[in-house]
Design a binder for this molecule. Structure first.
Ligand SMILES: NC(=O)C1=CN([C@@H]2O[C@H](COP(=O)(O)OP(=O)(O)OC[C@H]3O[C@@H](n4cnc5c(N)ncnc54)[C@H](OP(=O)(O)O)[C@@H]3O)[C@@H](O)[C@H]2O)C=CC1
Ligand SMILES: CC(C)CCC[C@@H](C)[C@H]1CC[C@H]2C3=C(CC[C@]12C)[C@@]1(C)CCC(=O)[C@@H](C)[C@@H]1CC3
Length: 334
């Protein structure tokens, strides 16, 4: 019989790769599937993991989570390869063209909300989104919709009698209700597509629990804190982050959300792996935190979400799923 199978999206770098490393260190008998869009980067990640865990079973799966066709293809492949899926880590994410509002940053620095600003980036960060080949907003498609389709397609192996499975989303403390509009779930009209997409992740996770717990599928969300990865190197160049690292360690004394390394950032993802899914709170976000002394831990915090909004989003996503599949079928029939 096949051992536990874990699929991680965006596994070739940053937090996703650190999670894979930590999972294999805990249990070398796991079967890991790295779902990545770039074959070269995926192969490099696999080699790195096999260097530290030579006997591990590490598979590669081509998945561009921002493309409907790629998601449907990848899901077929997963169902053909594995007869079970125990953990699905939905970690791939993007923040294109980020911009810091320098004036708002300095204003925030001398306000009572300074700690919150460092923990959530509220009011100082915007992005420029674009429309992808499926006609969807790219941030929404990558951070949320592609992952939603993947879950829906993988339901037959996620929801099996007598077994539980766990979906874990890498959300963010940047997720904010005021950045999300139920009438514009793709955030076509605003300048905070990242905050909107992560808030939608929080809402969707709640809806998934409502609809799927009875079939053994559980969903949770985590925030890794501020971590130095390719995503943050897109906000400020890596040399700048290195230059201000002493300041960052200083800030960590006041806000334990500056986890900084991918290993620390993966703490909450890893801690959920060690817990029974039934014992987790569907309304909580699990935060990776690191104290001023460098101690890693996970702490849960109640999310600012409600059932009605989460259900409304779920219904809209189901409609979009139908439309997307219909469109692809028509394209194939041509
Ligand atoms: N770093 C931080 O401070 C924080 C990060 N997060 C979240 O953590 C998650 C991981 O990001 P992080 O490790 O920081 O950044 P990285 O950029 O290092 O990792 C992102 C991963 O997602 C992959 N990815 C992006 N787009 C797609 C796509 N269309 N299809 C498949 N894979 C894709 C990337 O692949 P590729 O290498 O090909 O680009 C990469 O492997 C994201 O969801 C992010 O929003 C949340 C809070 C804070
Ligand atoms: C510390 C330095 C002197 C100045 C850094 C200022 C900003 C660039 C950072 C302050 C708070 C940071 C932050 C994020 C990005 C960089 C900051 C805005 C995130 C938005 C990165 C991605 C996430 O998902 C969030 C959890 C981060 C929240 C804090």
């Amino acid at each position: 019989m096949m051992g536990k199978v874990i699929l991680v999206t965006g596994a070739n770098s940053g937090i996703g790769l650190a999670l894979c490393e930590r999972l294999l260190s805990q249990d070398a008998g796991l079967r890991l599937c790295l779902a990545c869009r770039n074959a070269r980067r995926a192969e490099a990640a696999r080699s790195a993991l096999l260097t530290s865990h030579p006997d591990a079973e590490v598979d590669l799966l081509h998945l561009d989570v921002g493309s409907v066709r790629s998601v449907l293809r990848a899901a077929q492949e997963v169902k053909a390869r594995y007869d079970r899926l125990d953990y699905l880590y939905l970690n791939a994410g993007i923040m294109p063209n980020p911009q810091i509002d320098v004036r708002a940053f300095f204003k925030g620095l001398f306000s009572s909300g300074v700690i919150k600003m460092f923990a959530t980036a509220e009011g100082i960060l915007t992005q420029q989104d674009r429309v992808n080949e499926d006609g969807l907003q790219e941030v929404f498609a990558t951070n949320l919709f592609g992952h939603f389709l993947l879950i829906r397609e993988l339901e037959p192996i996620l929801c099996q009698a007598g077994r539980t499975s766990q979906v874990v989303w890498t959300s963010s403390s940047n997720a904010r209700r005021s950045a999300f509009s139920p009438d514009d779930i793709q955030h076509r009209l605003g300048t905070e597509p990242y905050a909107s997409s992560k808030y939608a992740v929080d809402l969707l996770s709640l809806a998934l629990n409502r609809h799927n717990n009875s079939q053994g599928l559980y969903s949770s969300v985590i925030c890794p804190g501020l971590v130095m990865t390719n995503l943050t190197y897109g906000i400020l160049p890596s040399f700048f982050w290195t230059l201000i690292m002493p300041v960052m360690f200083l800030i960590r004394i006041f806000t334990n959300t500056f986890t900084l390394t991918p290993y620390n950032g993966a703490e909450a993802l890893y801690s959920l792996f060690l817990q029974k899914p039934e014992s987790l709170d569907p309304r909580a976000k699990y935060h990776s935190l690191t104290s001023g002394m460098g101690r890693n831990y996970t702490q849960s915090q109640q999310m600012d979400i409600d059932e009605d909004m989460s259900e409304a989003l779920y219904v809209k996503l189901l409609e979009m799923e139908k439309a997307a599949c219909k469109r692809l079928k028509e394209e194939d029939d041509k």
